[in-house]
Design a protein. Structure first.
Length: 64
């Protein structure tokens, strides 16, 4: 993980320029790790991103 890319993604997420998914992708890490990075730095995860993340995490896996 490139620190400059992560720092840029964190800044852009915090300013509302990028969504959680876009920022994680830009940083080159998964959304769960990106959220952990946000929390380590005291950057609040938007409520809409938290809600979306919870829906994905609680959705049962399908094999069709």
């Amino acid at each position: 993980m490139a620190l400059h890319g992560l720092a840029t993604a964190l800044t852009l997420y915090d300013s509302g320029t990028l969504t959680l998914s876009q920022a994680a992708s830009r940083a080159g890490i998964g959304e769960t790790e990106f959220i952990a990075q946000l929390e380590r730095r005291g950057i609040e995860v938007s409520e809409s991103d938290r809600s979306a993340r919870k829906r994905v995490e609680t959705r049962p896996a399908r094999a069709d």
